[in-house]
Design a protein around this ligand. Structure first.
Ligand code: AGP
Length: 611
């Protein structure tokens, strides 16, 4: 999604803002711009395409000033172009915006009739006009003018506004799109995500829904949209600046694949109590009587998080014997779903800002279902919407658009939840729970072995890089891994890939099999393992290329594949945390061989905060 950076203080703002926008590039964008208030008043420079185009433009049209706002835009209204790039300015007011103004056409007509002239196709420009009109009408100050403007607006927004005749001030507001304020020493910062300001300050405040902020060099003030003051102490972010950098890896995604053992270790830290054979789920309120009274658990999620939910269903049904439904949030939210007080809703989201998942939580709660989340971002919208609390994964910032460490930490969190529910529902004895938790505790070490065997993927990557299509097959807990492997490959290498339940191959996809089609089979030892070996035979019999992920020492399964990657043995329910890693490397190396933009694949955004 779009990126916002703002600054007010003693320093020149342009370089600082551009540096912040660079840290937000992963959010996906198609144009960029910056507005600064300096000796020559308010000036705006924008450019289509990558941030470098803006930097090049700034060489030709230098900006100066100590108050400024910048933006990287992911088009929602109006095609990617310089005219549609933010900031949008009108009569000395400039604004940057993330989100969607739903009533922008009606406002545009109204303002047009009052003589306003528009220079873009965007919904955002409306805000600049509304604020300018409020100032012209005698608003007390910029804050009052922004509040007046937003009172007319319907939709979602994170905005930052500056005005030529009010230098030294940035006003911001938030409704359903993230915005964080950074408290500096004699200077203050604003951004849509922490990495943009981390090198300057670790003391941040997240704006809540319907809040407005006024930043000056020496002060940050928070208000409700109605104007009531809000007090909120800054929190300290413990991510190091390096954590959001590439740490020597070629791409963020590569770094994040390698970080998974540490990320899972951090996610488990302090949550496993072996002696009690139990789990401590900080942040979640799950009491025994209520849990025993549940009819089922409904998971709502999108993309990779939905795949994690599919694996989580097997964990929770297997260990806690609680029926689980796994719903695509975009479908669930529009279906008038049958949920109520005896259904527990679980939202899984890395960003915590995915619009469909957030909407699905609201739909579930409106029907009386208690909602909780598994999320990677503290302070995000989905955790704040969940009345049952949030189990935070501790993966650290996931910068690569393709989700990797978020996925495996979600699986670890789901397994913790499955054990907890099993203990609360009496379906797991203390001894059984200890056994499961022991296997879980051992997993990061096994993950590290798989990560270190990265090179084994390269021959498979070279073969897949030449393919037009790739088919991924898996059964049981490996079926979600097949889906996830296909999503990884297609979203970063742009090669069409499909994940399928291995048992379904004979119901259609077998028609695809020929010597051009690589078939990647997840064939680790698990309940339906023999049948999966049969699938490998069927593919070979038709001249297909069989690539497999097999259990260490399984010479037979490896012999059925032209190329095989081995992973250590673990319990079937935990195996996805191991088998997903070679598929992440496969997608990564295919994309790297093809030279696609691994961290910011075309058309994709890191968090889809629009619907
Ligand atoms: C995963 O690689 C994709 N980037 C995408 O499917 C993502 O998982 C999906 O948009 C959900 O995002 P969330 O986990 O932040 O809610």
């Amino acid at each position: 999604m779009c990126g916002i950076v703002g600054y007010v203080g003693p320093r020149q703002c342009v370089e600082l803002i551009v540096g912040g926008l660079r840290k937000l590039e992963y959010r996906g964008y198609d144009s960029a711009g910056i507005a600064a208030i300096g000796p020559a008043g308010l000036k705006v420079v924008r450019a289509k395409g990558k941030l470098q185009n803006l930097v090049d433009r700034l060489v030709l049209e230098p900006l100066s000033g100590t108050t400024g706002i910048g933006h990287t835009r992911w088009a929602t209204h109006g095609r990617p172009s310089e005219e549609n790039a933010h900031p949008h300015a009108y009569q000395g007011v400039a604004v940057v915006h993330n989100g969607i103004i739903e009533n922008h056409l009606q406002l545009r007509a109204e303002l047009g009739a009052a003589g306003h002239v528009f220079s873009s196709e965007t919904d955002t420009e409306i805000i600049a006009h509304l604020v300018a009109a409020a100032l012209a009408a005698g608003a007390l100050d910029l804050l009052a003018a922004v509040r007046t403007a937003l009172a007319r607006v319907r939709g979602t927004y994170a905005i930052a506004v500056v005005a030529e005749d009010r230098p030294g001030e940035v006003v911001a507001a938030k409704n359903a799109s993230p915005l964080v304020i950074g408290h500096g020493q004699g200077e203050n910062f604003l951004a849509s995500d922490v990495p943009a300001i981390l090198e300057h300050t670790r003391r941040v405040v997240y704006l809540e829904e319907g809040e407005v902020a006024r930043l000056t060099a020496g002060r940050v003030e928070l208000f409700t949209l109605a104007g009531a003051p809000v007090e909120r102490a800054p929190r300290t972010i413990d991510w190091s600046a390096v954590a959001a950098e590439k740490d020597g890896h070629k791409h963020f995604m590569h770094k994040e694949i390698h970080e998974q053992p540490r990320a899972v270790t951090d996610t488990l830290r302090g949550r496993i109590s072996l002696e009690q054979g139990d789990v401590v789920l900080d942040g979640l309120t799950l009491d025994e009587g209520w849990v025993r009274g549940l009819d089922r658990l409904t998971i709502v999620a999108c993309g990779t998080s939905w795949h994690a939910g599919l694996a989580g269903r097997l964990m929770i049904e297997g260990l806690a014997r609680l029926p689980v439904e796994v719903e695509l949030a975009s479908e669930f939210r529009n279906r008038d779903p049958l949920v109520g007080p005896k259904v527990l809703t679980l939202a899984i989201s890395q960003s915590g800002e995915t619009a469909d998942t957030l909407a699905a939580v609201k739909v579930a709660r409106a029907r009386g279902s208690r909602a909780f989340a598994i999320c990677n971002v503290v302070g995000a919208a989905i955790p704040r919407e969940c009345d049952g609390g949030t189990l935070f994964t501790r993966a650290g910032p996931e910068i690569g658009v393709a989700s990797t460490k978020a996925f495996t930490t979600q699986l670890a969190a789901l397994f913790l939840l499955a054990v907890k529910l099993g203990r609360l529902r009496g379906t797991l004895t203390l001894a059984q729970a200890r056994q499961q938790l022991e296997a879980l505790r051992h997993l990061p070490k096994l993950m590290e072995q798989v990560v270190q065997a990265e090179a084994a993927v390269l021959p498979m990557a070279r073969r897949c890089a030449a393919a037009r299509d790739v088919l991924f097959l898996g059964r049981g807990a490996q079926y979600p891994v097949a889906l996830e492997g296909a999503l990884k490959l297609k979203e970063i290498s742009y090669i069409h890939a499909e994940g399928y339940a291995a048992g379904e191959m004979k119901h259609g996809p077998i028609a695809l099999i020929d010597e051009q089609l690589p078939v990647v089979v997840l064939a680790t030892r698990e309940p339906a393992y023999e049948k999966t070996l049969g699938n490998m035979e069927e593919v070979r019999a038709r001249g297909g290329q069989v690539f497999a992920v097999v259990s260490e020492g399984d010479v037979h399964a490896a012999s059925l594949a032209q190329l095989a990657i081995t992973v250590p043995e673990t319990t079937p329910l935990l195996a996805p945390l191991l088998t997903s890693i070679p598929l992440q490397f496969l997608a990564y190396h295919v994309a790297d061989l093809k030279g696609t933009d691994v961290d910011q694949p075309r058309n994709l955004a890191k968090s889809v905060t629009v619907e």
